[in-house]
Write a new protein. Sequence first.
Length: 380
Amino acid sequence: MKRGAERSVSPVELLWDLVFVFAITQVGTLLSRELTWQGFGRSMLVLAFVWWAWSAFVWVANAEDAESPVFLLTLLAALVLIFISGLAIPHAFGERATLFALTYAGVRFMHLGLYAHSARQGHASWEAIAGFSLTVTVGMILLVAGSLLALSWQIALWAIAAVIDYAGPLLTRRRLRGLQAVAVAHIADRYGAFIIICLGESMGAIGLSATGEPVTTVLVATVALGLLITIGLWWTYFGRTAGAAAARLRDHVEPVIAASDAYAYIHVALVAGIIIFATGMRHACLNVDSPLAASARLAISGGLALYLVGHLAFAARLLGGVRYEKLAAAAALLVIYGIGDGWQAWVVLACDAAVIALLCAWETIADTPRRVVAGSTGRA
């Protein structure tokens, strides 16, 4: 637990992120193939695993020496396994279930091994690691066991495995406080990078879906509106909140707990919202001349609403207070879904884009006086 000085993101972590670009795209593919409530549940379950693996390595990297050969080799080995897991994702509830389970479990156990190495170096707490090691082990056993059973049992055991794995840090919350000294800038940068990854996947989904379609005015409008919404999502996160949250975490009395809540747990809602929106955009770009199906309309508007609610929770956890304009915007997006039956994609997107644009404008104007006051105080 000696480390805690600020550090930059290492090149191997950036390489690691590229594999998760692929994994996130595969989750979107899984959802896009079956845009139903059943498909949604399965896709979000796989996303929960993918997110937890990425997040787990953020934390151990935060405690490790970036130039350690053990860290470098472990991350590269885990990179190979998570890529194979990504290959299996579109058929994770079929013939590739065991491949996904075994490779994913390997990644999670590598994470525990790397944390043990950090503890031996004095960078992390043995007691805290032992606390969540048990839940990881139980969760991975259930994951592999479920992959060998019939689909209904597989889904049940995988859901239990995810709950147990996510519950580990919560059940050992007292021990978690002393897990490690947090390099705040590194944590904030890493989770911000994942938001960028998901926004990039959203743009990629829009571009790939539009490729090969006749370039009509309606298609161009649909693509442009989707990109404007993506830019709006970027603005809501990075315009003020990301920097303010990192600054607050730096002075927090319990940085491990606060960062765990705000980043490891709450950020999964932001990530899910972006992926769901991107899936809706895939369907929108492929059906620009027809009324948007209810499932795609819900994916677009509901995904955006989920993102905003997650963003609200993130800001509330670290900055305090509730930004009611985000609740109002999320509600407005769901209203658009509710009344949009029979609308073409570009109409739904135009309404959603207007809501996001108004939200960004409102928050920018509302935050300006605070920045001016803060700047004046600093000069004084």
